[in-house]
Design a protein around this ligand. Structure first.
Ligand code: NAP
Length: 259
């Protein structure tokens, strides 16, 4: 399917690996110019070079911490006038509800709520003025089905979801859509780190921990970054202009709800 976004300029945050990379690749495949970001310059440059070579599009790599004001400024300055924004950052660490301090919450809110909000505040006016834009925020299935150990993530991402619910309806009339993609378990470094934590906590091997998690997913497997990226590219496509303020679960059926 032609997504109709060839030549659009996309900023994909936190994209040297994992789900962000999946989104950057799918948008490059659709013919977009892609501005990529991560903190580690080496992995970022390597991924950018691979995508450039594979899809023949312009790829700009900006090494910066997207959760800091200075990092965001650097990324936004390099990105310039963007048509598509995909927000993403690393997730907060797991832990115990009774241990989290105010500082832990502030860090989580900064990374997974206030950072995407700041990026939207910077990008939406230009998109609205030009009458076309797409924003996709990578959040988590935890927004619909909280995991106790990820309370910092549950809190920050639910806050972002509330902001998007109201804002998406305010900008839709200008041709700009905002939606959230909610990953369930995907085969990325983040999944490996959560499996490692589960294996340690339960006193089982990594393989056993992984098999147990896979068994809890109706699809019987983890998702891939490529399928996640394809869903993101569709939400950014010309065909998705009537999809507004939605929270789309990509979880292999793990969250057991009717709607
Ligand atoms: P990942 O494989 O660990 O990749 C994270 C990417 O983000 C890397 O490119 C990393 O590069 C970059 N990054 C992290 N912090 C950054 C920062 N402050 N500034 C700029 N770049 C940053 O993670 P993932 O699995 O793709 O997860 C992406 C998001 O989805 C996370 O928020 C995660 O919590 C959430 N999520 C993932 C899953 C899953 O199963 N994978 C499920 C639910 C939610 P550098 O380290 O070099 O910066």
């Amino acid at each position: 399917m032609d997504l109709g976004i060839k030549g659009k300029r996309a900023l994909v945050c936190a994209s040297s690996k994992g789900l962000g990379r999946g989104c950057a690749e799918a948008l490059a495949e659709a013919g977009c110019t892609v501005v990529m970001n991560a903190r580690g310059a080496e992995a970022l440059e390597a991924t950018a070079a691979e995508i450039r070579a594979k899809y023949g599009v312009e790829v700009i790599a900006v090494a910066a911490d997207i959760t800091s004001e200075e990092g965001r400024r650097k990324v936004l300055d390099a990105a310039g006038q963007i048509d598509i924004l995909v927000t993403n950052a690393g997730g907060p660490p797991p832990g115990m509800w009774s241990d989290w301090t105010r500082d832990d919450f502030i860090k989580a809110l900064d990374g997974n709520m206030l950072t995407p909000i700041a990026l939207m505040q910077a990008s939406l006016p230009g998109m609205m003025e030009r009458g076309w834009g797409r924003v996709v925020n990578i959040t988590s299935q935890a927004v619909k089905a909280p995991l106790g150990v990820l309370g910092l993530s549950n809190s920050a991402r639910t806050g972002l979801t509330g902001f998007v619910a109201g804002t998406a309806r305010q900008v839709a009339g200008s041709g700009v859509t905002i939606n959230n993609l909610l990953p369930g378990t995907h085969d990325t470094d983040r999944a490996v780190s959560l499996d490692t934590g589960a294996a340690k906590a339960q006193g089982v091997s990594m393989d056993e921990a992984r098999k147990a998690r896979q068994a809890s997913i109706p699809a019987g497997r983890y998702g891939t970054a490529a399928e996640f990226g394809a869903a993101c590219a569709f939400l950014c496509s010309q065909h998705a202009g009537f999809i507004v303020g939605q929270n789309l679960l990509l979880d292999g059926g793990a969250v057991n709800t009717t709607m």
